[in-house]
Design a protein around this ligand. Structure first.
Ligand code: PBG
Length: 328
């Protein structure tokens, strides 16, 4: 019997070299941004139980880690502070302490590895006794506009310490424009804003909240973080942030939201980042440790998937190991 097939896509897959020619997307070390958790002290490495391979590091070790990441070709880090309960209050006052752990760490990295882009987190939760990203009033409501003032001061304080890109992760309305104005007024027109534009109220943040002990003391984050059911709203949030002056926008989490990355990247005039969050890291890490999946291949396939979906850069706890593999 003769078989007539007019189209044979397998011809483009017959060899490594052909496959490399027709490849539509690629993953590079320069796509990666490594999140780091900072704690007070010296020579301290405190493993995060729900994120095997990831530790809270003291300032001296963070600086070393940044040197290593820089040598590997990773262009940026994003920093999160793990504070003692005693340092937390309702107004997140510690966030504007010029001699605070966060500010000292930014300055130390800037001095030791000036080429590294330092991205900073702007939100109240690491410093808040309520564990919320915004200011909580006496009746338990998150007050948007009081929060903006706190976030703006936090941003200026971080810029003064040497931050290159301010990344508000709080999801208050109008914060990008408000922070932009505050940065400009303080002389930081060169400091960029990476807006967490489409940030969903997700269960995938659990291990991160373990790392910072920053889980909300009551309630949830659904009045400010987005409903996982919505994609049009993600576009609306993104366009608002771009309008207010965002230099880059973000979708978060990553894996369950690849369609959102695609939708946002199609409308965005600015680069799109994705945050491959703590719970996604934990799942793949755990299955890898069990020997149930090929960890390295699954990680690289996952990160490539973000690129294919339309992301220009990826915040991921796999950044260091992925950089090592990509450099091999
Ligand atoms: C809070 C913040 C969160 C993450 C980054 N910034 C958690 C939250 O919104 O509760 C999560 C990141 C991760 O899970 O890796 N401002």
């Amino acid at each position: 019997m003769t078989i007539t097939i007019t189209s044979r896509p397998r011809r483009n897959r017959v060899s490594d070299s052909i496959r490399s020619l027709v490849r539509e997307n690629s993953l590079q070390v320069t796509d990666l941004i490594m999140p780091l958790f900072i704690i007070e002290g010296n020579n301290i490495r405190q493993p995060v139980e729900s994120m095997p391979g990831i530790s809270r590091l003291s300032l001296d070790l963070i600086v070393k880690e940044c040197q290593t990441l820089h040598q590997l070709g990773v262009p940026a880090v994003v920093l999160f502070p793990a504070l003692d309960d005693a340092q937390k209050d309702t107004r997140a006052s510690e966030s504007v302490n010029a001699n605070g752990l966060y500010q000292r760490t930014i300055a130390a990295i800037k001095t030791a590895v000036p080429e590294m882009t330092i991205m900073t987190d702007v939100a109240m939760d690491p410093y808040s006794s309520d564990g919320h990203d915004g200011y909580v009033t006496e009746n338990g409501v998150i007050d948007n506009d009081i929060t903006l003032q706190i976030l703006a001061e936090m941003s200026v304080s971080q810029a003064r310490a040497g931050a290159d890109v301010i990344a508000p992760s709080d999801m208050m309305d109008g914060r990008v424009g408000y922070i932009r104005e505050a940065l400009d007024a303080a002389g930081f027109t060169h400091v960029g804003i990476l807006a967490y534009s489409a940030k969903f109220a997700s269960a995938f943040y659990g291990p991160f909240r373990d790392a910072l002990e920053s889980a909300p003391k009551y309630g949830d984050k659904k009045t400010y973080q987005m409903d996982p059911a919505n994609v049009k709203e993600a576009i609306r949030e993104t366009l608002l942030d771009i309008d207010e002056g965002a230099d880059m926008v973000m979708v978060k989490p990553g894996l369950p939201y690849l369609d959102v990355i695609r939708a946002v990247s199609e409308v965005s005039e600015v680069p799109v980042a994705v945050y491959n969050v703590s719970g996604e890291y934990a799942m793949i890490k755990a299955a890898g440790m069990k020997g149930w999946i090929d960890y390295q291949k699954v990680v690289l396939e996952t990160l490539l998937g973000f690129k294919r979906a339309g992301a220009n850069m990826i915040l991921t706890y796999h950044a260091k190991e992925a950089a090592e593999w990509l450099n091999e």
